[in-house]
Write a protein that binds this ligand. Structure first.
Ligand code: CMP
Length: 138
């Protein structure tokens, strides 16, 4: 099992000024930051990042949203990182997220849900490689 995961603070959360509070909650939960950047995806890049969802009805909306503003991308390290991070952020739909989770506190809807968290070790590696070169991770 890998000890790393990948996250993004999404455009809804950066736009509302939640970045600091979200990163604070992540660090206090025991994750350490191994790479981080503040950036903005083009539609093409967002489409490529979410290519696995290409056939889903919400794909167009997802690509539009994820390229609509700035994001903060990061690689995080902790024992059992993927599963523990998904617990910390809560359910994809904030209406179903547990009290105290990042999405419960900061997300508005299933589409604009404040943060991304990788769903497997394999995807964590792929997603981290999408954003960061070897020189940008420590
Ligand atoms: P994320 O974990 O980043 O990965 C896929 C994203 O698709 C997910 O977060 C949601 O933001 C988005 N998503 C999932 N289901 C829906 C939906 N029904 N409508 C709009 N967006 C969705």
């Amino acid at each position: 099992m890998s000890n790393r995961t990948f996250t993004m603070v999404k455009p809804d959360a950066t736009g509302k000024g939640y970045t600091g509070a979200i990163l604070d909650q992540i660090i206090k939960a025991g994750f350490s930051i191994k790479a981080m950047k503040w950036t903005k995806l083009t539609k093409e890049q967002a489409g490529e990042f979410y290519a696995v969802h290409k056939e889903r009805p919400f794909y167009g909306e997802l690509v539009e949203f994820m390229s609509s503003g700035t994001i903060v991308a990061a690689i995080l390290e902790k024992e059992n990182a993927v599963a523990d991070f998904r617990t910390l952020i809560g359910a994809t739909n904030p209406a179903n997220a547990e009290e105290g989770t990042i999405r419960k506190k900061f997300a508005a809807s299933v589409g604009e849900n404040a943060v991304h968290g990788s769903d497997s070790d394999e995807n964590a590696a792929i997603e981290g490689d999408f954003f960061f070169s070897a020189l940008e991770r420590f």
